[in-house]
Design a protein around this ligand. Structure first.
Ligand SMILES: C[C@H](O)CC(=O)C(=O)O
Length: 270
């Protein structure tokens, strides 16, 4: 039996405009799933693609991808059995040590992740695990500042996929590590704010391994015609639960073997 899906181009265009408007105004919108869910997840990716093209046409530079919904707990919460992806643009990268203004985001939360920097173009939809491992130039610890243009984070799979996988900003640790000596599955993670743990986890929570998650991403990106290229950053997925933050917080994530990264949030508006 095949499942029929309907993609209504007008609804898709409107949803893309709503999400873009929310990002520009800082005012979140109601969930968009009711208008696009008849088209399935493909319709949500069509919304994302419209806004990706809009961003590229406006001069934003694509520098990588994020993988979301890598943990089973989050997948169950959203009723899905696979991860999703979103685009990373150069203006989402915040150098470590620079205070992050909360005016840049609407409803920020943080996640600790392992970022993989790709050392060669990954053009094949049937990429193998060995090829993925060979393509890892280095890894760094990362804090992803996820955000939602949908009010109160009231998201289901269609909302988050359409909304660029709820991406926001990201901070990468400054010390690159080679993969050779690391088993990313066993890298334990603790993220703290105000000296208290706000999230704990490990590499194995990320689809079994950040390498497996990255392989999934690389294959899908090759299939949809936006392959990962040399130098691209992969935010490979949360190692533990998302956590809320407040103005003035300094968030530190420590990932065994991979290193430490800090995100400092500005105390004042502006
Ligand atoms: C809703 C977000 O995609 C969560 C995320 O970034 C992750 O699961 O990782």
């Amino acid at each position: 039996m095949t499942t029929e899906t309907t993609i209504d181009p007008t609804a898709i265009q409107q949803a893309a405009e709503q999400l873009r408007g929310a990002a520009a105004s800082g005012k979140p919108v109601a969930p968009i799933r009711d208008v696009i869910s008849a088209g399935g997840v493909d319709a949500a990716y069509a919304v994302q693609e419209i806004n990706t093209r809009h961003a590229l046409d406006s001069g934003r530079r694509l520098v990588g991808r994020k993988i979301g919904l890598t943990s089973l707990a989050v997948q169950r919460q959203l009723g899905v059995d696979q991860p999703d992806y979103g685009m990373l643009f150069s203006d989402m990268d915040v150098p470590e040590g620079i205070p992050i203004s909360l005016d840049q985001v609407i409803q920020p939360k943080v996640e600790a992740e392992i970022a993989i920097v790709v050392g060669r173009d990954l053009l094949y939809p049937d990429l193998t695990t060995a090829e993925m491992i060979r393509a890892v130039e280095y890894v760094v610890p990362a804090i992803e500042i996820v955000d939602s243009r949908v009010a109160n984070w009231d998201i289901r799979i269609w909302d988050t996929v359409a909304d660029n996988a709820s991406s926001g900003l990201f901070v990468l640790g400054a010390v690159p590590r080679k993969l050779e000596a690391l088993d990313l599955r066993e890298c334990g993670m603790v993220m703290e704010a105000k000296g208290e743990p706000i999230s704990v986890g490990a590499g194995i929570a990320c689809l079994g391994s950040p390498i497996t998650a990255s392989l999934w991403l690389a294959r899908v990106m090759a299939r949809v015609g936006r392959p990962l290229l040399e130098g691209d950053v992969i935010l490979s997925g949360a190692l533990g639960p998302m956590a809320g933050i407040a103005r003035g917080d300094v968030v530190e994530a420590r990932i065994n073997g991979v290193g430490t990264v800090r995100a400092a949030f500005a105390a004042e508006a502006g």
